[in-house]
Design a protein around this ligand. Structure first.
Ligand SMILES: C[S@@+](CC[C@H](N)C(=O)[O-])C[C@H]1O[C@@H](n2cnc3c(N)ncnc32)[C@H](O)[C@@H]1O
Length: 370
């Protein structure tokens, strides 16, 4: 803030002295501009040194380094102004971009080059202490970030601008990648089963990953969904975010998305009506084992039906991915977590071990015994 105030006053000194020198007739506009610019710079040098960055000692090299930094800022300002004006044709926008850029470069240059903090708090000689010890390797960048509330605020702004659902969905894709890679390394045979595919994005990422891995294992990719959104078959499934009718998609569109993949099969309908009490053979037409089972239908009742359906196809090494594992306020007997607990309780020989957590609330398990 201090830096911006001092900068603003420097610009005013520049403007006022320029107007005065030109109108008084002492100098040509070109010379008046050079002098007024230097007057503003002198003000900025002393005020930033003693006020903004609170430094007491004046080093001989400082004015020179300051002049170089200021000159670079000025050159970038001019170049940015001309380029933006050329591209957009808007004078005030070009002025704003140029001023923004030179303000940033001036600030960085003054804070970390001209008036750098290490002179304020030197590391005591031969004590072996290093004030940056925990972050030794990250060097200058860390020091810059550590001392700048401005940069930290920028980082906070950028980080908070990314919606958690984006982070979650990217985490989901990474999770599928890990599971596919695991099944490749461990040579887990069988297919990929996804319960709740919505528009087919995560299903597609699994298919793509399989191709990229150039796997020698033949896998089918089964996508199960009603394409009608959530529906409460059990009142205990009610949830403020997974509302009835939400996440509706169009079967035809999703089918079209996979038109070039012969190993992808979509099974349309509510699990309660399609797979409940059925076998994989009856629904998929093959006795496929399960390499990966991804349960992304969030509610406990369809999640349990999906897990019960896939249970005979599980094998050591199969991966079970459960989305929204901590939903229903973390209740261990509800949502996808509750569905797995119930399956495990009903099948004592079935053992799983936590594999990875992902995104905001996803969790996966590797089957260790069936
Ligand atoms: C969160 S979305 C799936 C997102 C998808 N896996 C992705 O990441 O691209 C949840 C899906 O589960 C489906 N679904 C929820 N309950 C279902 C049920 N009882 N039977 C069938 N599908 C269901 C919804 O239709 C919705 O498409």
């Amino acid at each position: 803030m201090r830096f911006l105030i001092i900068g603003g006053i420097a610009v005013s000194i520049d403007a006022v002295s320029y107007t005065f020198l030109v109108n008084a007739g002492f100098f040509s506009p070109q010379w008046a501009k050079r002098i007024s610019f230097v007057l503003g710079a002198i003000w900025a040098f002393f005020m930033n040194k003693f006020y903004t960055f609170s430094q007491k000692d004046l080093r001989a090299s400082e004015p020179l380094v300051f002049a170089v930094v200021y000159f670079i800022g000025w050159a970038l300002n001019s170049a940015c102004h001309d380029i933006v004006l050329d591209l957009t044709g808007y004078k005030s926008f070009a002025f704003l971009c140029a001023t923004g850029l030179s303000t940033c470069t001036n600030f960085i240059g003054q804070k970390w080059i001209v008036f750098r903090q290490s002179h304020k708090h030197p590391v005591p000689a031969n004590t072996g202490q290093d004030t940056n010890f925990p972050h030794k390797g990250s060097g200058m960048l860390f020091n810059i970030a550590k001392n700048s509330a401005f940069l930290q605020n920028m980082a906070i702004w950028m980080h908070s601008s990314i919606h958690p659902s984006i982070e979650h969905n990217l985490g989901k894709l990474s999770m599928i990648k890990k599971a596919m890679f695991h099944c490749e390394l461990e040579q887990v045979p069988g297919s990929y089963f996804e319960f709740g595919i919505f528009e087919g994005t995560s299903l597609k990422s699994a298919v793509k990953m399989h191709r990229k891995l150039r796997s020698q294992i033949n896998r089918n990719f089964y996508g199960f969904d009603a394409f009608e959104g959530f529906k409460y078959f059990d009142d205990r499934d009610k949830h403020p975010f997974f509302k009835e009718g939400d996440f509706k998609s169009t079967y035809g569109k999703v089918k079209n998305r996979f038109r070039n993949y012969r190993n992808v099969k979509l099974i349309k309908g509510y699990f309660e009506e399609t797979i409940n009490g059925k076998t994989v053979k009856a629904i998929c037409g093959t006795d496929d084992k399960c390499a990966i089972c991804f349960v992304d239908c969030d509610l406990s009742s369809p999640a349990y039906i999906a897990l019960k359906f896939i249970q005979p196809a599980l094998q050591a090494g199969s991966i079970i991915i459960l989305d929204d594992y901590w939903a229903y306020k973390g209740s261990p007997s509800e949502g996808t977590c509750g569905a797995l607990s119930r399956l495990l309780a009903e099948n004592p020989s079935l053992k799983v071990r936590e594999f990875y957590r992902y995104g905001h609330g996803g969790c996966s398990f590797v089957v260790t015994n069936v």
